[in-house]
Design a protein around this ligand. Structure first.
Ligand code: DUR
Ligand code: ZN
Length: 136
């Protein structure tokens, strides 16, 4: 699947976002190594911090289906510049994405900025930083 198609999938799922509080819908589309597609939208809550971003919804859906290897992720929102994923999502990405996984950040004007996992969250905290006996 090409970058354009993945971005288009992210745009389509964005329409499903549940955003009564921010009115800021976001869509994400994630391609697994074997070519399966997982999409996500942000889902908000009256208790605001319980909100889950589009990126994490897509990643968690894929994980729950048994996928652990990923190729790339597209994120889209109606922003002036391509939408930058939040820090929590970057940390979740770093748990599951190899350093060369590509993240396409985009907006509705078609501006795209591509980052590798390593570029979007350098020096990230990972399981190998934990004391050995605690690594499961
Ligand atoms: O990359 C991003 C940035 C923000 N949001 C969501 C969280 C919240 O629902 C709304 C406003 O922050 O946008 C995402 O889903 N992804
Ligand atoms: Zn986020």
């Amino acid at each position: 699947m090409e970058m354009k198609q993945l971005i288009n999938e992210a745009k389509q799922i964005r329409d499903k976002a549940y955003t009564p509080y921010s009115k800021f819908p976001v869509g994400a589309a994630l391609l697994t190594e074997n070519g399966d597609l997982y999409t996500g939208c942000n889902i908000e809550n009256a208790a605001y911090p319980v909100t889950c971003c589009a990126e994490r919804v897509a990643i968690f859906k894929a994980i729950a289906d048994g996928h652990y290897k990923f190729k790339n992720l597209a994120v889209v929102a109606d922003t002036k510049r391509p939408v930058p994923p939040c820090g929590s999502c970057r940390q979740v990405m770093s748990e599951f994405f190899d350093s060369d996984v590509e993240i396409y950040t985009t907006n509705l004007h078609g501006d795209t900025k591509t980052f590798t996992m390593e570029e979007i969250l350098p020096f990230s905290f990972v399981s190998s930083d934990l004391p050995e006996e605690e690594v499961k």
